[in-house]
Design a binder for this molecule. Structure first.
Ligand code: NAD
Length: 345
């Protein structure tokens, strides 16, 4: 029986992988996959990894030396995998979509909580404090939301915002034709939006897409929502913009240094990250620890799609969800094997 090492697992991952598993010996590790832990996969045919694993060249070398043939990412994003190092040695697959609704709905939850101050109201009423002073929000109806990245999640988010009666504008490097979306330049989006929500991937181009310069252009009093990747925002610049009132509030499901903290309980320790501590301490910041994906439907779909990815790989079939550092980097690859219906290598 093929052995699959599944890293960075929690009880909810195990529950859904065990339910969907039909053909494999699943070996669960709580550790994140990185160059120090890669050796744990010795004797396994594939590894399954998640958003905060660090699958750099050193980790890939160790996996390869120990016989691992496939890295099955159980997430959509893959900025934490060194594809160049994997190319030609270990195939990489991912789960491109498991529930755009889960993430888009969480983005809305962050916005609504911030705007209507539900987090403050919850604490007040638990203390029998029924005062409304300081809890005013704004109507979302009629406000402008700027959506950066109009892929699967961005579009669900747009639909929900339209349901609220918001005006939607968007920026995307690859605007969708015939989608009925009002695309604008990034600077226009920054200066015109009452709410800015990030739904693009983390790439070299989008790293710190919201930096000090961008914050200097935004409409004063805008809300910032980030359910995409932490490093889309320069966190220190965001702190400054929150301090000077440029940003009215921030709803963050991701943080650029989250790999050191997210998914674990640090409640009994001192957090050695001043930026994170300052963000968490602000009443107009809601931080969740990369939980936007966490719905029953998404967990089921992730496990199901990962099993399909494994089945395809071990049966020798074409890999529907393969990621290749050449094609996915946007390079024109002559004689691209994927376009010929084959695996990347
Ligand atoms: P997608 O690939 O369907 O859409 C991404 C969109 O971003 C595309 O339209 C693409 O053209 C656009 N884009 C690419 N480069 C850009 C750039 N430089 N500037 C502007 N737009 C650009 O992806 P998706 O499924 O909608 O997911 C979006 C992101 O959400 C993922 O990359 C991932 O980082 C994040 N995500 C987060 C969670 C979570 O739990 N918080 C879960 C899943 C996905």
């Amino acid at each position: 029986m093929r052995r699959i090492a599944i890293f960075d697992t929690k009880p909810y991952d195990r529950e859904w992988f065990d339910k969907q598993n039909t053909a494999y010996e699943l070996v669960y590790f709580e550790n994140k996959l990185n160059e120090k832990t890669a050796v744990l996969a010795k004797g396994c045919d594939a590894v399954c990894a998640f958003v905060n694993d660090d699958i750099n060249k050193a980790a890939i070398d160790i996996l390869y030396e120990n016989g691992v043939k496939l890295i099955a990412m159980r997430c959509a994003g893959y900025s934490n995998v060194d594809f160049k190092a994997a190319y030609g040695r270990i195939n990489v697959v991912r789960v491109p979509a498991y529930s755009p609704y889960a993430v888009a709905e969480h983005a809305i939850a962050l916005l609504q909580t911030l705007n209507r101050k539900i987090h403050k109201a919850y604490n007040r009423t638990r203390d029998f404090n029924f005062s409304l002073i300081g809890l005013s929000g704004m109507d979302l109806h009629g406000k402008t939301v700027g959506v950066i990245g109009t892929g699967k999640i961005g579009r669900v988010f747009i639909d929900i915002c339209r349901g609220f009666g918001m005006k939607v504008i968007a920026y995307d490097l690859f605007p969708a034709k015939d989608a009925g979306i009002d695309y604008v330049e990034l600077d226009t989006l920054l200066s015109a939006s009452d709410v800015i929500s990030l739904h693009c991937p983390l790439t070299e181009q989008t790293h710190h897409i919201l930096d000090a310069q961008a914050f200097s252009k935004i409409k004063p009093g805008a809300y910032i929502i980030n359910t995409s990747r932490g490093a889309l925002i320069d966190s220190e610049a965001l702190l400054q913009a929150l301090n000077d009132g440029t940003v009215r509030g921030a709803g963050l499901d991701v943080y650029e240094e989250e790999a050191d903290f997210f998914f674990e309980d640090f409640s009994g320790t001192i957090i050695r990250d001043d930026v994170l501590s300052l963000l968490v301490s602000k009443p107009n910041v809601i931080l969740t620890s990369h939980q936007a994906f966490l719905t029953e439907e998404a967990l089921e779909n992730i496990a199901f799609a990962t099993m399909n990815n494994l089945d395809e790989f071990f049966s020798g079939a074409f890999l529907t969800n393969e990621v290749c550092y050449q094609c996915d980097a946007g390079k024109v690859v002559e004689n691209c094997r994927r376009k010929e219906g084959k695996r990347c290598f």
